[in-house]
Design a protein around this ligand. Structure first.
Ligand SMILES: Nc1ncnc2c1ncn2[C@@H]1O[C@H](COP(=O)(O)OP(=O)(O)O)[C@@H](O)[C@H]1O
Ligand SMILES: [Mg+2]
Length: 596
């Protein structure tokens, strides 16, 4: 086989494979070019999720006709004047985007430098088809039509217009968040989706582009270490989400999805959040350009730091410090010196526990006490609530001695999270939330076997505001959600109306449930029915149902939960495969006390 140099159009197409994966990646490159051109306003128009049309217009410096020809050549860039790859200050520098996009679509480039005439070039899948003067305003407009229409292998990998649009919206939001000084507008199929004015502050921009509740549920992050500066906002742990999509990370003004940074954020929240919950953050890290290499990924979304440990440490301490300063006590890991921290709460010991005397337990009156424990890392909500109490509540009625239950009789609740029960052969501890999740799943399975899950109408329908792709995803699944007892209706572009909730959830948290489900749908393969993902859906529903960690249960409720677990198949493990209860046999207890 002889070696040959590949022709230019093939080289471009190969590069396009890395740089232009889908409409969102083309949009990212074009908007980055507009930012680099010093624009103060950038407008993006999309049709069909960007597959049919992407148009990016800016009021930046523009290009001369000669520059336009060069811009469409591979490795032609105006951005490395000194060949200094160590000090990249622009978003782009590889000189690949325009020729790559032009090789897999119809591309129209129109541009005008202030004080000169405008010019237009049209390229059809790598071939110049038209060029000449154009009456255009100063700045640049790039139109990309029929992306991948002539590259069926790539076209095949595109998802629906709806998902491509969701990805595009995400890219635009991230770039707009990186540059609050620039105004952005995004239209999709003729409807305005994003509109932010130039000259905003960073917090204003973050607030404008994220969940409107974030402002009230976040703290400012602000940490400087030598030439490293970390700023932004961090959602408080209780304001968590079911997916990690709501984490906006920037390095030197560049949106990144970097594993080191994502891991550091996870680490900072690890003690406060369950493994399957994710915080909402917008973090901006600025470091000297020589300390970071942005040229490790064709789309420049990953970076390499010279001192990764320093960066990781900064993110973790920046976040922790911000959260602590806001008056939220950090939760202690359960195992460490938990016992030594137990202390008597004198005020609480005065409060008589009604019914305690009736229990006939042989405890001196003084022993009716409340213990305050170190705060347990609550699955969802322990963090901002006052430190959870370990409550030794006595059973209200003597346990029925006539019958013995495998999971025993409830004796009390610990950390508003665990039920402590006494069984014939030992002590049983139940994770009430995990157990409830499992019961909800099993009840849903049974209900679905018999048709559908019963719905209970809300007294007043509730409007839940979400972003447009989230509403789209829910809308696409209305019939399936109705089968699961959740009655929804589209309510304008950015909201859904909830009419009924699954009856088995009781008076759950409607907004939390709907927004978590919308998040979750993004992660589901469109081909899968919700029934096939029932574990996840039921888990999400149970999370927002009536019984969860952090809720005080009455003894009757606890016993009801135990009895239901005993008759429910698979109730021994939660939907994530963790145990829902553990038993400490009498023999084990004796061993612990050295009696054996
Ligand atoms: N919107 C724009 N306004 C002004 N100049 C632009 C614009 N888009 C592209 N260019 C010019 O075209 C060149 C090539 O762009 P591109 O292929 O994206 O490579 P890069 O951005 O890596 O330089 C840029 O260096 C810039 O000079
Ligand atoms: Mg570029």
């Amino acid at each position: 086989m002889s070696i040959r140099r590949l022709p230019e159009h093939l080289v471009n197409r190969i590069a396009a494979g890395e740089v232009v994966e889908r409409p969102a990646s083309a949009i990212k490159e074009l908007v980055e070019n507009s930012i680099d051109a010093g624009s103060s306003r950038i407008e993006i128009r999309l049709a069909g999720g960007g597959i049919d049309l992407i148009e990016v217009s800016d009021d930046g410096c523009g290009m001369t006709a000669a520059d336009m020809a060069l811009a469409l050549e591979r490795h032609a860039t105006s951005k490395l004047p000194d060949d200094d790859i160590e000090h990249v200050a622009t978003m782009g520098f590889r000189g690949e985007a325009l020729p790559s996009i032009a090789s897999v679509a119809q591309l129209t480039l129109e541009s005008r430098v202030r004080g000169a005439d405008g010019w237009r070039r049209r390229i059809d899948n790598g071939r110049l088809v038209e060029e000449g003067p154009a009456a255009v305003p100063p700045g640049t407009r790039v139109r990309v039509e029929a992306l991948f229409a002539r590259v069926p292998a790539r076209r095949k990998f595109l998802r629906s217009a709806r998902s491509e649009y969701a990805a595009a919206l995400d890219v635009v939001k991230r770039l707009a968040m990186a540059r609050p000084d620039i105004g952005f507008a995004l239209d999709h199929d003729g409807r305005r989706a994003v509109s932010v004015p130039p000259g905003q502050t960073r917090p204003e921009r973050v607030a404008a582009l994220t969940d409107r509740d974030l402002a009230d549920n976040s703290v400012a992050v602000d940490l400087v270490r030598d030439a490293y500066v970390l700023g932004g906002v961090a959602g408080i742990p209780t304001f968590n989400r079911g997916v990690a999509d709501h984490q906006y990370l920037f390095v030197n003004g560049r949106p990144v999805k970097d594993r080191l940074l994502i891991g550091a954020v996870r680490g900072a929240y690890a003690d406060f959040l369950a493994r399957d919950r994710h915080p909402v953050v917008a973090l901006f890290l600025d470091v000297p350009p020589t300390e970071v290499d942005v040229n490790v990924h064709p789309a420049k979304t990953e970076v390499r730091f010279r001192d990764p440990a320093l960066v990781r440490g900064m993110i973790i301490s920046g976040l922790r410090r911000a959260l602590d300063a806001a008056g939220h006590r950090s939760a202690q890991p359960v195992a460490t010196d938990a016992l030594s921290l137990w202390q008597r709460d004198p005020a609480a010991s005065q409060a008589a526990v009604p019914g305690a005397a009736m229990s006939g337990a042989a405890l001196p009156g003084e022993d009716l006490r409340l213990w305050s424990a170190p705060s347990f890392a609550d699955r969802r909500s322990g963090f901002v609530t006052p430190p959870p109490m370990a409550r030794a509540e006595m059973a209200y009625a003597p346990p029925p001695e006539t019958q013995s239950y495998p999971l025993g009789v409830a004796r009390g609740q610990v950390a508003k999270t665990y039920i402590v029960a006494e069984a014939e052969d030992g002590l049983v501890i139940v994770d009430q939330h995990a157990a409830h999740e499992r019961l909800v799943l099993e009840r849903m399975r049974r209900a679905l076997d018999g048709g559908r899950v019963a719905a209970q109408a809300l007294l007043l329908p509730e409007v839940v505001e979400l972003d447009e792709p989230a509403c789209d995803r829910l809308e696409a699944r209305l019939a399936e959600l109705a089968e699961l007892g959740l009655d929804l209706e589209r309510f304008g572009p950015n909201a859904v109306l909830v009419r009924a909730m699954p009856a088995l959830l009781g008076n759950g948290d409607v907004k939390g449930l709907v927004s978590d489900l919308a998040d979750e749908l993004a992660a589901f393969d469109q081909a899968l029915s919700l029934k096939e993902k029932l574990d996840a859906v039921a888990g999400t529903m149970a999370c927002h149902g009536s019984v969860r960690a952090g809720r005080v249960l009455s003894v009757a409720e606890m016993n009801a939960l135990l009895r239901e677990m005993e008759v429910t198949p698979h109730s021994g493990q939660c939907n994530h495969g963790r145990p829902t209860w553990i038993k400490l046999a009498h023999g084990d207890i004796e061993k612990l006390f050295g009696r054996k």
